[in-house]
Design a protein around this ligand. Structure first.
Ligand code: FAD
Length: 412
């Protein structure tokens, strides 16, 4: 029998998280912009830890809740209701902190875990991930930053672009080319770099879309996307993370984790946008009737509801595949592309239904509209995922004489 009922322990952890978000985190959101953001975070972290809500996906022996993929996913849908990210910071599962913890757990040496994983889990340090360069984004194998071995150290030179949160981080994961002669995907390795560091120069936080909409206390820096110059950056050989040439392969195990987290946050935000759309459509009258009574508007709402429902199914299927340890690369790419467009469409539709009000900052929609646009670029742009999905369709046909396995065919 197909069973979509969540197990009792999963329902319980969801309910506990939901109560914490409702009673502790959401009331604190009005403080954003009135006092330092990370002071608010520190207070919330104390309260979350006291409740046992901490690093949901991290094994208990490292100080987390040790949740499985499904349980973590439903915790994330609650965390995702805090649109200022206070919820994610409160439970210490903000990106890229969380993905780095996952990587360190899987690939770190014992020494690296003690030195970096422990303070990350403790919420004492923040990290950034530096892969993209002006020269290379969608095709990261075009990276030009080099790492050359000198005795017990590696010396890195090059530049990075869009290193999110670099300006507020104490640790960076930096990818660089260690072997130009190796096969394309084995030329790159990842280094743990302690910050601040004279070889890792933050040139600026790049001005981006929507950034001025977020309230900030006395212009404090909370995140930002940094342009970085890497000049004779010396890194101990002990700080090579994973094996030499494993920069790309090491990221694979994070795919499903990232999809569940991003997917659940997208569902939470799209759901909130659709709720706003329905409320406005019911309240607003034009030409003598509520806007909600127009079939044209009902169809807009129906399309959004359909996409939200499909997203929920995709995310649950990915959680299932992860729990079973099954290959989910095709589903990941399908979901990555679909969900990024789903959230874009739902927020846009809600904004449209609000008319000129949607264009103002009297609702959160204009801010969300700008913010969610990035989702169609980060973690691989739409076109790259669709390209991969299409290639997998062709490969499946070549191998099996059917495209079913590239189109969810293992379900039915
Ligand atoms: C808000 C934000 C945060 C980010 N944070 C980080 C971070 O923390 N760390 C980090 O390393 N990077 C980060 N990035 C960078 C992000 O990963 C890259 O923007 C992304 O990989 C795309 O690279 P690019 O921008 O250089 O696009 P390009 O490589 O220049 O590609 C441009 C466009 O070309 C098209 N295209 C490219 N290849 C193909 C193809 N094969 N088929 C069809 N069309 C194609 C697509 O339309 C694509 O959007 C961030 C980006 C943003 C916007």
């Amino acid at each position: 029998m197909i069973d979509f009922d969540l197990p009792e322990d999963v329902q319980a952890v969801r309910a506990k998280t939901a109560a914490f978000i409702d009673e502790v985190v959401l009331p604190a959101e009005s403080q954003v912009g009135t006092r330092p953001y990370f002071d608010i975070v520190a207070e919330l972290q104390g309260k979350a830890r006291a409740e046992g809500l901490w690093c949901p996906f991290v094994p208990r022996e490292w100080g987390g809740m040790g949740l499985g993929h499904l349980a973590n996913a439903v915790v994330q849908i609650e965390v995702g209701r805090s649109f200022s990210h206070l919820g994610a910071w409160a439970l210490n599962c903000m990106g890229p902190q969380d993905a780095t913890m996952v990587t360190l757990i899987e690939h770190g040496t014992q020494e690296q875990k003690e030195r970096y994983l422990r303070p990350l889990v403790d919420g004492k340090i923040r990290i950034c991930f530096s892969m993209t360069e002006r020269a290379a984004g969608a095709d990261a194998t075009g990276m030009r930053t080099t790492a050359v071995r000198e005795g017990d150290e590696w010396v890195l030179n090059g530049e990075k672009w869009f290193s999110s949160s670099a300006s507020i981080s104490q640790l960076a994961l930096v990818m660089a080319r260690t072997d130009p002669e190796a096969p394309r995907h084995q030329q790159f390795s990842t280094f743990l770099v302690e910050l601040p560091n004279p070889g890792f120069l933050i040139v600026r936080d790049i001005p981006v879309m929507g950034e001025n909409d977020t309230p900030r206390f006395e212009n404090e820096v909370v995140g930002g996307h940094a342009e970085v110059a890497i000049e004779n950056l010396r890194v101990s050989a002990k700080n090579l993370l994973g094996g030499l040439g494993e920069g790309f392969s090491m990221g694979q195990h994070r795919l499903g984790y990232g999809r569940l987290r991003h997917g659940m946050w997208a569902i939470a935000k799209a759901q909130a946008a659709l709720d706003l759309a329905a409320k406005r459509a019911l309240e607003r009258e034009t030409f003598g009737k509520p806007v909600a009574e127009r079939q044209g508007v009902q169809w807009m709402l129906a399309d959004c509801a359909t996409e939200l429902y499909l997203t929920r199914l995709m995310v649950l299927h990915i959680a299932y595949k992860m729990e079973k340890g099954l290959d989910l690369r095709q589903e990941n790419s399908i979901a990555k592309n679909y969900i990024a467009n789903m959230i874009h469409k739902v927020v846009d539709t809600s904004l449209q239904i609000h008319g000129s009000l949607g264009f103002t900052h009297d609702t959160p929609l204009a801010h969300w509209y700008q913010e969610v646009r990035a989702q169609r670029l980060v973690d691989g742009p739409d076109e790259v995922h669709r390209w991969k999905v299409g290639k997998n369709v062709l490969d499946a046909y070549r191998k099996h004489g059917s495209t079913a396995l590239a189109a969810g065919g293992d379900l039915v």
